[in-house]
Design a protein around this ligand. Structure first.
Ligand SMILES: [Fe+2]
Length: 248
């Protein structure tokens, strides 16, 4: 996927490659990346043999960290993303639907990371809607910046961005930026993700009755019950869509 280098922190990052096309082919974008204010994201480079070993080693390293921290045995659904961006390009404010390590190879960055579960930065409703549906857009306003932890990021450095931690990135002006992220799940991120999706559904179903569910990760939210019901709700939703397809 590739797009114009973005200049607004409030842009919908998921749709940038559709809404902000740079008008060039991918070959032209790569050749002119120094000057065209462009942004390239390569999903799953580990499918190419040159990245496969790096992916294996990183999964091993993450597994070691997880065992040390007591967060599981090994990463689940680990997928790499390679990012190549023009000098000065910006990654809008968003959160990843995974836990993430970001590694810088070339160029510099300022990475602003926000602690998860801070309602002043991302509300419970935004967490639910953005996790459940890919067409949702994160809301950015300058007052949130007071909560940012900002890191100057240079080649050879890596940073962990926690699951649900909002973040934005400003590339430095001096060089093309090349970085690599590895996204992965743990049992805990899966549980939260499923509880958020179920809460999104509950919130929409209860709203006409004037009711709303407790926010995920809040006292009394019964997250274990919400995440436990996710496979059942998903299979009912799949069945409903198959039945409605039969009638179309
Ligand atoms: Fe991200």
């Amino acid at each position: 996927m590739y797009s114009k280098g973005l200049s607004d922190l409030g842009v919908n990052f998921d749709r940038a490659h559709i809404d902000h096309h740079n008008g060039l082919s991918i070959e032209e974008t790569i050749e002119q990346i120094r000057t065209t204010q462009s942004y390239i994201a390569v999903r799953g480079p580990e499918h190419h043999p040159s990245f496969r070993e790096l992916h294996r080693v990183m999964c091993e390293d993450i597994g070691k960290l997880m065992r040390t921290n007591g967060t599981g045995e090994r990463p689940d659904s680990a997928e790499m993303w390679l990012f190549i961006a023009s000098p000065g390009a910006l990654t809008p404010f968003h959160f990843d639907r995974f836990s993430n390590f970001l590694l810088q190879f070339r160029g510099s960055k300022e990475v602003a990371v926000f602690k998860p579960w801070n309602d002043a930065v991302i509300t419970p409703q935004q967490y639910e809607a953005y996790t459940a549906r890919s067409d949702r857009q994160m809301v950015w306003s300058e007052d949130k910046d007071a909560f940012a932890h900002k890191f100057r990021f240079h080649p050879g450095q890596a940073i962990h961005i926690p699951f649900l931690g909002g973040h934005y990135v400003k590339n430095g002006p001096e060089d093309v930026s090349i970085s690599l992220a590895i996204f992965y799940d743990t049992e805990q991120t899966q549980r939260f993700k499923h509880a958020l999706v179920v809460n999104d559904l509950l919130r929409r179903r209860l709203a006409p009755l004037g009711l709303q569910p407790s926010a995920v990760n809040s006292p009394g939210s019964l997250d274990w019950l919400k995440s436990g019901s996710y496979p059942w709700i998903k299979s009912v939703a799949n069945m409903k869509s198959r039945v409605s397809a039969l009638w179309q």
